[in-house]
Design a protein around this ligand. Structure first.
Ligand SMILES: [Zn+2]
Length: 212
């Protein structure tokens, strides 16, 4: 695939995702935990348009209720950090720690990562924990400088990684399809499933899904 494929195409004006994945199919992977309180809401989210928007918003809000923490692993580094609390808002030091873990490791430069991206990762982690899967999110890429992005095979020229709005992730014990389905439902942004490279790209851009 060229550098203009994947998320770039979508942002340059295409109305539909490059590869449209049926949400219902992904949902089947995402919500395998029977009896989850979230399943009815998710079923509505996937199947019923806007009949009960309050409840759809509600399940997202519930996943970010209380303190917002992240448990991240990148190579040898591991970080558990609470970056936001209801009483005090953002913790600047914790936020910086997370930004450092999500830095461009080749250029050794960190960036002010999108708070929305942190919330998406936090919501995913909480959702997995809700289903009994307490695992760190393994990060293979976060912020990228232009030169690193240029050297990254298959990356889009205007990748969201350049703006601190994207991360490539895996979670031990969670299939790519399940993780992508959850990210798509929860984050409502860009989600790319990279089967050969074994990671899921999550960003806070327009809603779209692709598979490579
Ligand atoms: Zn990516």
């Amino acid at each position: 695939m060229s550098k203009w494929d994947s998320d770039t195409v979508e942002r340059r004006g295409a109305r539909r995702p490059v590869i449209t994945v049926e949400r219902r199919r992904l949902l089947g992977c995402a919500c395998c935990a029977a009896g989850s309180l979230l399943v009815p809401s998710l079923a509505r989210a996937a199947g019923a348009p806007a009949t009960a928007p309050g409840s759809i918003d509600n399940w997202r809000a519930r996943l970010l209720k209380g303190e917002r923490s992240l448990w991240l692993v990148r190579g040898e580094d591991q970080l558990r950090s609470t970056y936001w609390t209801p009483d005090s808002g953002y913790d600047g030091e914790a936020y910086k720690e997370i930004c450092w873990l999500l830095r461009d490791v080749q250029a050794n430069k960190s960036f002010a990562m999108s708070p929305r991206l942190l919330d998406v990762l936090c919501g995913l982690q909480n959702w997995l924990a809700f289903n009994g899967l307490r695992q760190p999110i393994h990060v293979s890429s976060g912020y990228r400088t232009f030169s690193t992005n240029w050297r990254t095979e298959g990356s889009a020229l205007n990748s969201r990684h350049l703006n601190g709005q994207a991360a490539d992730i895996t979670v031990p014990g969670v299939s790519l399809a399940r993780l992508a389905g959850m990210a798509s439902l929860f984050g409502e942004g860009g989600v790319g499933m990279y089967l050969n490279k074994n990671f899921v790209h999550v960003d806070t851009g327009n809603e779209r899904i692709w598979i490579k």
